[in-house]
Design a binder for this molecule. Structure first.
Ligand code: PEP
Ligand code: MN
Length: 350
């Protein structure tokens, strides 16, 4: 089975519990969801932060997955973190493997997995690394491609951000978009559960993923989320899961009618004009920055004055608030502008 042929049918759905806890549990979940999904998921080896947390059922769980495979005639998937996991999964004829976020960060493990999979024709999902370093994600794909694996899918599960996001993991949507521009034919699915961290946020994240034209979703579904042995807050019941699928709106990425096309072109033209102005304004700002750098040089003043920077940030943010613009976006943009301003001044003053 090649995942590329399946993901044309949008959205491609991978779902099941965070962890396989018992045969009864995964059969119950599969029973209630198998008609709605492409691949059943369940973690067997769980990479947990604390050694006292539930670390998965281990090899025994592979037999449970085999039962789900046989009873519901469905593809099953699980996470692998070591070559031994790969060996056990291949022996058990698990259909699809995924590399978790805590493994993608480590090139040694990715390499070990890639080598264990050499010459094997099996789809592999690769989750983004825990922190927002796209080169590690790219590197993982390159290692797998080099091992002859070409049936790969990216799983976007958000990034650790030390409490600065409304979600458990900050989506940083620009990163999967950048990945897509690097590997044009690579399908990307969104693990809305691990981004959300809370069951009530999963629909909105899934909707954004669909609007960004992602190929599918990975969702954690549990028959009794409250009693789940891992990720209890973010798992949804089979009923909630079906409701989410029902409520998702699928907008068409294709430009159908000429009327739609020309309206889109008209708005884009206006955006292009504005962007041009922004670039010219930045150029003008750069000239002033150079002027001020020369002035500071002449008068022996330091480049960076903390008070002035705070004042810029404060004023730009309050202007944003006045006109109902997101102040976080404005402060991010000005941080970049300021960074370049300092770089320009440093060059002059050297
Ligand atoms: C999981 O899918 O249950 C999991 C552990 O995910 P991640 O690697 O994205 O944290
Ligand atoms: Mn989980």
């Amino acid at each position: 089975m090649h995942i590329n042929s399946i993901v044309k049918k949008r959205p491609f759905i991978v779902s099941g519990p965070c962890s396989a806890e018992s045969l009864i549990q995964i059969k119950k979940i599969a029973d209630q969801t198998h008609n709605y999904i492409d691949v059943f998921r369940a973690g067997i080896w769980k990479p947990r932060t604390s050694p006292d947390s539930f670390e998965g059922a281990g090899k025994e769980g592979l037999k449970w997955l085999n039962e789900v495979q046989a009873k519901f005639n469905i593809k099953v998937s699980t996470e692998v973190g070591t070559a031994k996991h790969v060996e056990d999964c291949l022996e058990a004829k698990i259909d699809i493997l995924w590399i978790g976020a805590r493994t993608t960060v480590n090139p040694f493990y990715v390499q070990e997995i890639a080598e264990a999979l050499k010459g094997v024709d099996i789809p592999v999902f690769v989750k983004n690394p825990v922190h927002p370093e796209i080169s590690l994600w790219i590197g993982a794909f390159e290692r797998l491609y080099k091992s002859g694996l070409d049936n790969l899918t990216a799983v976007h599960r958000g990034f650790y951000s030390y409490g600065s996001s409304a979600y458990r993991n900050d989506p940083k949507w620009e990163i999967p978009i950048e990945l897509k521009s690097k590997f044009n034919n690579l399908p990307i699915i969104c693990d809305a559960s691990h981004i959300a961290g809370k069951h009530n946020l999963i629909l909105e994240i899934s909707q954004i993923a669909m609007d960004l034209d992602m190929n599918g979703l990975m969702l954690e579904v549990h028959s009794d989320p409250k009693s789940a042995l891992s990720d209890s807050e973010q798992q949804i019941t089979p009923i909630e899961f079906k409701n989410i699928l029902k409520n998702l709106i699928f907008r068409d990425g294709d430009l159908k009618s000429n009327k739609v096309k020309s309206k889109l072109a008209e708005i884009r033209k206006k955006i292009d004009k504005l962007d041009e102005k922004i670039v010219l304004t930045l150029k003008e700002r750069e000239s002033l920055v150079k002027e001020i750098a020369n002035f500071k040089l002449e008068h022996g003043i330091t480049i960076f004055q903390l008070e002035r920077w705070f004042e810029i940030l404060r004023n730009r943010k309050s202007q944003a608030v006045e006109i109902n613009l997101d102040k976080k976006i404005i402060s991010d943009i000005f941080e970049q502008i300021h960074k370049f301003s300092i770089a320009t001044q440093t060059r002059i003053m050297k």
